[in-house]
Write a protein that binds this ligand. Sequence first.
Ligand code: ADP
Ligand code: MG
Length: 242
Amino acid sequence: MIEVKNITKSFGDLTVLKNFNINFDEKGVTVILGPSGTGKSTLLRCINGLETIDSGDIIVDGLSVLDKRNLRQIRLKCGMVFQSTILFPHLTVLENLILSPVKLLKMKKSDATERARALLAKVGLTTKEKSMHNELSGGEQQRIAIARALMMNPSALLLDEITSALDPEMSAEVLRLLEKLAADGVVMLIVTHELSFAQRVSQRVIFLESGSLVADAQNNDFFNNLKYNNERIARFMQHIMQ
Ligand code: ADP
Ligand code: MG
């Protein structure tokens, strides 16, 4: 579904990803781990067409990011949620959810509203449909951001450290929601530092360091073997567990 083909991405003199290759197929949850500054966000942003690549190509559901006319479609296919996602502050939660489906997908307002209410139930926030952004906790904002991404019926969700600005309780709420979505079969690429969550939710684990792929493993192999036996991964694990 997503093919990253030999991409290079630099910011000025800094080459973040060099001749980088990876494929993501149409099912399951992939967790992306690795130290800060390693290129995890850059990778997701390149997939979503938020960053332009210097060379190589990325194909999402048959569409290349190199053709600018594809970008809108690619962004619809890959719903992205960030560390702090800003909902439109002048709109209610419900209005936030239905805006893009009505505008971009030409969904009927009544259908969009019905879908929004179903998703609000799924994320456990039915009572908040009339709330404004500043009336929601950080955890609620992230759950609404996830619902808003799901409104577009994306092929995959790209989630970039979406709990790292939250306190432990709110973070747990959001992670529980992601586990529920995973059980429903939602395809996700998740950048996270929450290791026990990563172990519970993922089928596949990718470990990036300095823009290169140190590991690309099945969950079981990663957490029972590489976590201890790969020196770079073991070092990272110790650091993050402290
Ligand atoms: P990670 O998400 O793994 O922490 P990033 O992908 O955000 O890492 O960043 C990788 C490297 O690229 C870092 O050194 C970061 O400072 C740099 N970088 C990211 N975005 C930009 C940008 N827009 N301009 C300049 N440097 C950037
Ligand atoms: Mg990042």
